[in-house]
Design a protein around this ligand. Structure first.
Ligand code: NAP
Length: 248
């Protein structure tokens, strides 16, 4: 995979959801380092402005995009903001996610917990993607990166030797669901130039896991940046970590 971007109509414009902290923040920084204009999608005004401020201090051409991925109106407003400012979107990184809290073993899980996680991690991706898809279709090199996880791999979940975290009836299955949905997007968008892939960042030190992860958020961002910069003949509907394809 070659890191490149084929847009010729001005700086590449990207939107990263959940970009106020963690891996999303570092994805925004990584895309900004390419000279791109990066929308910091975040639901909390103060956290959003602080992230934009610190990214700009790092030299990133960052701008704020108010965005709660669980809210239809918010997704529509984010698309309108991008349409008014740029008239198109080149890259969407669907990064925002929640675990729903632990424990969430299947026999005791609260259905409300599952609902929140699916609403955010799956429906949130569909909601935001569909809101901005008309803008992506105007790009010369549209790319969608969905942040998944190895814990969403059924092959790894059923391998007793693989580390897939705590037993989970909400978070892990939400990533399996996301993987399946992403394959369907890739099928539907074949031939349109839109490449849509899944990235696993590895086990990173973020709020999501109480900072138990062993990789840095910046390391977690590497595969997302790579998939955001795929050439036209790059893969679509595939699932990667930094080392290559992951099993479904
Ligand atoms: N960390 C890991 O080890 C790991 C491993 C595999 C995959 N991943 C995936 O990598 C991505 C980033 O995870 P992370 O570790 O960086 O998590 P994180 O530090 O907890 O950050 C999650 C981000 O998502 C945002 N978010 C949550 N719900 C939202 C909503 N309804 N609308 C808008 N934004 C929302 C959060 O915003 P607030 O600040 O407002 O809550 C935050 O910006 C996720 O998709 C995660 O599943 C992480």
């Amino acid at each position: 995979m070659v890191a490149m971007n084929e847009n010729t109509n001005g700086p590449t414009v990207a939107l990263v959801t959940g970009a106020n902290k963690g891996i999303g923040y570092e994805i925004a920084a990584g895309l900004g380092a390419l000279g791109w204009q990066v929308g910091v999608g975040a639901r909390d005004g103060q956290r959003r402005e602080e992230a934009v401020r610190t990214l700009r201090a790092r030299g990133v051409d960052a701008f704020a995009v108010p965005l709660d991925v669980t809210d239809d109106d918010s997704a529509t407003a984010a698309a309108e903001l991008l349409a008014e400012r740029f008239g198109r979107l080149d890259v969407l990184v669907n990064n925002a996610a929640v675990t729903g809290g632990m424990p969430q073993a299947p026999t005791g899980v609260d259905p409300a917990q599952v609902r929140l996680v699916v609403e955010t991690n799956v429906l949130g991706v569909i909601r935001v993607t569909n809101a901005v898809l008309p803008l992506l279709r105007r790009s010369a090199a549209p790319r969608i990166v969905n942040m998944s996880s190895g814990v969403g791999s059924l092959a790894l979940q059923s391998d007793p030797d693989a580390f897939t975290g705590p037993t989970s009836a909400a978070y892990a299955p939400s990533k399996t669901f996301l993987n399946a949905v992403t394959v369907q997007y890739a099928k539907e968008l074949t031939g349109t130039g839109v490449l849509v892939n899944l990235a696993c960042p590895g086990y990173c030190d973020t709020d999501l896991n109480g900072h138990r992860g062993t990789r840095t958020p910046a390391q977690g961002a590497v595969i997302a940046v790579r998939l955001a910069t795929l050439p036209a003949d790059g893969p679509t509907g595939q699932f990667f970590n930094e080392d290559g394809p992951l099993p479904w």
